[in-house]
Design a binder for this molecule. Structure first.
Ligand code: MSP
Length: 509
């Protein structure tokens, strides 16, 4: 029976244009969605932009444009970059979409009707960049002597006093602990699950979920003049997109079988607040949250103020879309922090794409032209590579199930290395044409076919080219994985063409 995969990225703030950190989560989610489509699952892949709140309103003001004009412009930049990277969501949601505004209102109305929201006044230190209140003891010392700095952006916080609506988060301490107890695999990796449990066990205080100081937000349906605070608007996007409040049957189909992909900066919101909000509205918490680390540049998180941001277009120009996607999926394991380095990107491109994969293809095509009149022979059913291939397919499958694209690609490249090693050991280019040479070349073409299939979630372009060069019709993803992942799928007797190198070697600039 086909499974179901509802895959999400965070929705990104439109105060900034997308850099390689935003693209990191999005490329991982897109590749995961492609994998699930390939194994025949029913997939819904969601990304989008977070467009309300003070931070956005101020950014628009600074530019001298209306908030709507500002968010339209930056949301379009996100579209452009995702197009550039072959990211194909089923929906690009914007929190200014009318169905989202309605969903936020009905979701929070439900929590209100259930008695989990009350009115009180609030005063505290607020960080506009985080859109969050901080306790005094959470702040970093300010070297300039003013108010403390928020621990994420290291910017001075501001004193805010407001009459607000509060969410009774404190009432959900035990329900959340019970829920996590019953769902041990809900948050990955385990260290992040423990971090979430630590936050809950440390005690939960009620949180303010509305603002009166701004009007750039979703109006509170039961109290005019209040808008929902941006996070409680934003989190609900995941429910809006699958029909919350508009299409109960559709919501039932997808919720709670979601796989959220997030960076570690927003763990508290996704692993504590969001599950509690869902419980308050009478819904199940999200089934699966996958947390990754930061992509660092020069050892630091990218930020506008540190001038260390890198943008996808700069890299795509040099490495191509496949080179870009491959690098981030293969080099930065999903979970820990990873340092981005241009030199490492060149080295990885040259070794894995230009040398291992590119050489296998060009070698095979050259020798097939010389020794087999350009017609690819069939693989050997008893090839020593058959067992390796079966193991690799199993490892790749396990890796995607655990949201470890890096491990999936590492396994796939093992097969390429073994095929190259077989060619080096048997040297078909030196041998007389005959069954021996045919067998070795047939095996190598079969490896190329399997690699084209297995690399398809990560690489959106070269797999189809490999497919065509070994004479196959259609594309590697036309049929479900189970039908194309067995050894011996290449029938033999098809024309093999050499063509230009798929991945020309690069020299570091
Ligand atoms: N709008 C909120 C999310 C709301 S989700 C309901 C937000 N937006 S954001 O634009 O700041 O994006 C944060 C996310 O972008 C991180 O969680 C992560 O997925 C990604 N990244 C941004 N910078 C990153 C790095 N330097 N490294 C890795 N991922 C990073 O928070």
């Amino acid at each position: 029976m086909p499974g179901r995969a509802f895959i999400t990225t965070p929705i990104y703030y439109v105060n900034d244009v997308p850099h390689i950190g935003h693209a990191y989560t999005t490329v991982n989610a897109d590749a995961l969605a492609r994998w699930h489509r390939m194994i025949g699952d029913d997939v819904y892949f969601l990304t989008g932009t977070d467009e309300h709140g003070l931070k956005i309103a101020r950014a628009a003001e600074a530019k001298g444009v209306s908030p709507q004009a500002h968010v339209d412009e930056v949301a379009a930049r996100y579209h452009q970059v995702w197009d550039l990277l072959d990211i194909e969501p089923d929906r690009f949601i914007r929190t200014t979409d009318v169905d989202h505004i309605a969903a936020v209102q009905s979701f929070l109305q439900k929590a209100y009707d259930n008695g989990h929201i009350y009115k009180a006044s609030y005063a505290g230190w607020y960080c506009v960049a985080c859109e969050a209140y901080y306790d005094e003891d959470e702040l970093l010392a300010n070297p300039d002597g003013g108010p403390g700095l928020d621990p994420i952006h290291e910017r001075p916080v501001e004193w805010f006093e407001e009459e607000n609506w509060f969410f009774r988060l404190s009432a959900f301490e035990q329900p959340l602990l019970d829920w996590y107890d019953a769902h041990p695999d809900a948050v990955a990796p385990t260290g992040k699950r423990n971090e979430a449990l630590g936050l809950i066990r440390g005690g939960l205080r009620d949180i303010s979920i509305t603002r009166t100081s701004i009007d750039w937000g979703v109006p509170v349906p039961w109290d005019e003049g209040h808008v929902f605070y941006v996070w409680y608007d934003a989190l609900i996007n995941y429910a809006t997109a699958v029909g919350y409040g508009s299409d109960p049957e559709r919501f039932e189909k997808w919720w709670p079988h979601v796989r959220h992909l997030i960076g570690k900066d927003i763990l508290r919101f996704h692993c504590v607040y969001w599950p509690a909000m869902l419980l308050a509205a009478g819904e199940e918490p999200p089934a699966n949250i996958n947390v990754h680390g930061y992509l660092l540049v020069g050892g630091e998180k990218m930020s506008k103020t540190k001038l260390n941001q890198i943008f996808p277009a700069d890299l795509v120009e040099e490495f191509g879309v496949d080179g870009y996607r491959y690098h981030f999926l293969r080099d930065t394991a999903f979970g820990p922090d990873g340092d981005f380095s241009y030199e490492a990107m060149v080295a990885r491109y040259n070794s894995d794409l230009a040398n291992n994969l590119g050489n296998l293809l060009s070698r095979v095509a050259t020798v097939v032209a010389k020794k087999c009149d350009g017609i690819g022979p069939a693989p050997r059913p008893d090839s020593p590579l058959a067992a390796v291939a079966a193991e690799v397919v199993a490892d790749v499958t396990a890796a995607w199930a655990a949201v470890q694209p890096s491990a999936a690609l590492e396994a796939t490249w093992r097969l390429i290395r073994d095929a190259n090693a077989m060619l080096e050991a048997t040297e078909p280019w030196k041998a007389e044409p005959g069954p021996e040479v045919d067998g070795v070349l047939g095996d190598a073409i079969e490896v190329l076919r399997l690699v084209a299939v297995l690399a398809s979630p990560a690489l959106t372009r070269s797999p189809s080219q490999i497919w065509a060069r070994i004479g196959l019709d259609g594309s590697p993803t036309d049929r479900p994985l189970a039908e194309v992942s067995g050894w011996g799928g290449y029938p033999g007797g098809l024309p093999v063409t050499k063509g230009d190198p798929l991945f020309p070697r690069l020299t570091a600039r």
